[in-house]
Design a protein around this ligand. Structure first.
Ligand code: NI
Length: 170
């Protein structure tokens, strides 16, 4: 089932998500909804926070358009190591129509549970590393606009207003 994605400045995007005590069938159904919602919006990541669910879960799929899908599920994710830095032009399904260059770690090592509740670790770089950091931020109520300078934040506010207006005119 496709869920509604909360848009900035919805205050629910600021909530800190709670750890998942146990991965149940109900949770797997939620994960399926999250993947369906992400794909239907052509995003490469979606956190439970973005659909108003206060639990530490996100999904990502950073495969290119010509590549087979590469869905990854993270429950109770934690970053255990980071290295280097990179700047990526990021978008977010909660900020439709805008993108901004944001500096993050170049490589991350993350630990989480998969959809069967089994622990795993992943080392990522490039776009996948960006996505993992971006989605983990969502679970902590942190948004891409928080990473911008004051000037860029004001510019983003204007772009969002413009995008909203264009949307209303369609
Ligand atoms: Ni996002």
């Amino acid at each position: 089932m496709i869920r509604e994605i909360l848009k900035y400045p919805d205050p629910r995007l600021r909530e800190v998500a709670k750890p998942v005590p146990v991965v149940t069938d109900e949770l797997r159904a939620l994960i399926d909804d999250m993947a369906e919602t992400m794909y239907s919006s052509k995003g490469c990541g979606l956190a439970a926070t973005q659909i108003g669910v206060n639990q530490r879960i996100f999904v990502v799929d950073c495969a290119g358009e010509d590549e087979p899908s590469d869905l990854r599920v993270f429950v109770n994710p934690e970053i255990i190591e980071t290295e280097g830095s990179q700047v990526w032009d990021e978008g977010c399904l909660s900020f439709p129509g805008v993108s901004e260059e944001i500096k993050r770690a170049e490589q991350v090592k993350m630990r989480a549970l998969d959809r069967s509740g089994k622990p795993f670790e992943i080392e990522a770089d490039g776009l996948l590393a960006v996505a993992l950091q971006h989605e983990l931020d969502h679970l902590n109520g942190v948004l891409m606009i928080d990473k911008l300078s004051a000037i860029k934040r004001r510019m983003m506010g204007r772009k969002l207003a413009k995008a909203k207006q264009d949307d209303a005119e369609v």
